[in-house]
Design a protein around this ligand. Structure first.
Ligand SMILES: CC(C)(COP(=O)(O)OP(=O)(O)OC[C@H]1O[C@@H](n2cnc3c(N)ncnc32)[C@H](O)[C@@H]1OP(=O)(O)O)[C@@H](O)C(=O)NCCC(=O)NCCS
Length: 438
């Protein structure tokens, strides 16, 4: 096998977990107007068609800024901008409609390509557009009448879902209708983030040339929390107004239930596939998800740990620990921190002579359970224990036996505990002992 063929085979194998993870998910993908004017568009449409074939539910949102500007210039209409929004009067609205209409048709054409030697051969994909975006006027602000410039009022979720269920790709334009029958020129980024939030999409992906978030040293940032993104926006760290709109949309979506919002520079051929099917990706992701760190506890975490375990001590799930004891034993604790709050903890007490360790004080905040944080903590403690040369972990529990069994622990007798621990065993509490080999 040639090296190239081998690379292809291993690439395909490595991408299979992502193929499975993405199947049946809903992605809202925004294509900036600049991208629709560039030569990369047909290849990108092939990649989108491939996602559809792999069972991903796709909602596309297209931008139209450069195309609208071009038409306005040709019609001799000069645009006024307020807060980066175009004021759309009746004459300008005609140019907006013409530009958006032409782009919709262009995209329909590209999705219909099925030539025998093209990647879309045999891929019959229906691109559906309609009055899915309901708009309202921006109105008069700071004395400026925005006229036909509007904002998203709501997204027609059910009709869109029906199309997605039928395997169709839905196309939304930056143009919305109001219940009074008027048309409004909308910001495509706002349409995209509103659609992603309303549809509870798994991802919002914003694509375009130079959609790239760098730090102050010019290095691309790979992951941001909505808070970090918010700080960048507030500090005016982004030079291009387009990027500001795009990051605002990503931040808004990530703060309102969309697990991941990606910003992708389409200067890179295949950026979309790399972002979705390789571990490292190539864009910037705004997400709340990974804004959690699993780490060894420090003295300043004592207050947070106490807050987390107090209710569990009060109901008898955990044995009481004083602040003083926690301060003395803080290096035994591991925690999960989320946005500065301790949301989970566990402790490891080693008995080096017996080569065993006690897992204790396992707690996950009630608002964050069933997210495998308990299992993650355990994995981390197990690693620590192995590093310390321990061969077994044991735990004493009164109420959580089944959970520990699911994590690979087996019931054992009190006599199996290290001697030093046996003498401290509280017969009144009558905890069950469980052991897990490492
Ligand atoms: C036990 C605990 C740490 C699990 O944390 P978590 O992050 O929710 O754990 P995971 O997501 O890995 O596992 C969740 C699963 O464990 C189950 N589970 C949680 N507590 C359980 C218990 N006491 N008995 C049996 N199963 C339990 C959940 O129902 C869930 O099952 P599902 O996935 O089938 O719905 C958490 O429930 C907790 O803090 N409980 C109170 C404190 C406690 O009991 N600590 C142990 C003291 S020794």
């Amino acid at each position: 096998m040639s090296e190239r063929t081998f690379d292809q085979v291993s690439w395909f194998r490595n991408s299979s977990p992502y193929i499975n993870a993405h199947r049946g998910r809903t992605f809202v993908v925004m294509l900036a107007g600049e991208l629709l004017a560039g030569p990369a568009l047909p290849t990108l449409i092939h990649d989108l068609a491939l996602l559809n074939t792999l069972g991903i539910k796709l909602v596309l949102v297209h931008g139209a800024r450069p195309q609208i500007s071009e038409r306005l210039a040709a019609a001799g209409i000069e645009s006024t901008f307020e807060q980066h929004s175009r004021i759309t009067d009746a004459a300008a609205l005609d140019s907006v409609m013409a530009a958006v209409g032409a782009l919709r048709l262009k995209l329909e054409g590209l999705f219909s390509m099925g030539l025998a030697n093209s990647p879309m051969h045999n891929a019959s994909i229906q691109l559906i557009s309609g009055n899915f975006v309901i708009a309202k006027p921006v109105g008069v602000r700071n004395g400026f009448d925005y006229q036909h410039t509007g904002e998203v009022r709501r997204i027609e979720v059910d009709p869109i879902r029906r199309q997605l269920e039928a395997g169709n790709v839905v196309l939304l334009s930056p143009l919305g209708c109001s219940p009074t029958g008027e048309l409004f020129n909308l910001n495509a980024e706002e349409v995209a983030s509103s659609a992603a939030i309303a549809l509870r999409a798994d991802k919002l992906i914003i694509m375009g040339p130079q959609v790239r978030i760098n730090d102050s040293d010019g290095q691309q940032l790979r992951e941001l929390s909505p808070q970090q993104a918010g700080r960048m926006l507030a500090d005016d760290q982004l030079q291009a107004p387009g990027l500001e709109r795009q990051l605002t949309a990503a931040c808004h979506a990530a703060s309102n239930g969309v697990a991941r919002a990606h910003l992708l520079d389409t200067g890179d051929d295949g950026a979309l596939l790399r972002e979705l099917f390789t571990r490292d990706g190539c864009g910037t992701m705004v997400t709340r998800e990974n804004y959690e760190t699993l780490r060894g506890a420090r003295i300043e975490d004592v207050g947070g740990i106490l807050e987390l375990i107090e209710p569990l001590e009060a109901d008898g799930t955990l044995v009481r620990r004083s602040r003083e004891l926690l301060e003395n034993e803080i290096q035994r604790f591991v925690i999960i921190e989320r946005d500065g709050m301790v949301i989970a903890c566990a402790a490891l007490y080693p008995f080096p002579d017996d080569k065993v360790g006690e897992l204790a004080c396992v707690a996950v905040h009630s608002g964050y359970r069933k997210g495998e944080r308990g299992a993650q903590l355990l994995g981390y403690v197990e690693r620590r224990a192995r590093e310390q040369g321990l061969q077994k972990l044991f735990v004493l529990t009164t109420l959580t036996a089944h959970w520990f069994q699911q994590q690979g622990f087996e019931a054992a007798g009190v006599e199996t505990l290290p001697g030093a621990r046996q003498s401290l065993y509280n017969w009144q509490r009558n905890s069950k002992v469980f052991v897990k080999p490492l």
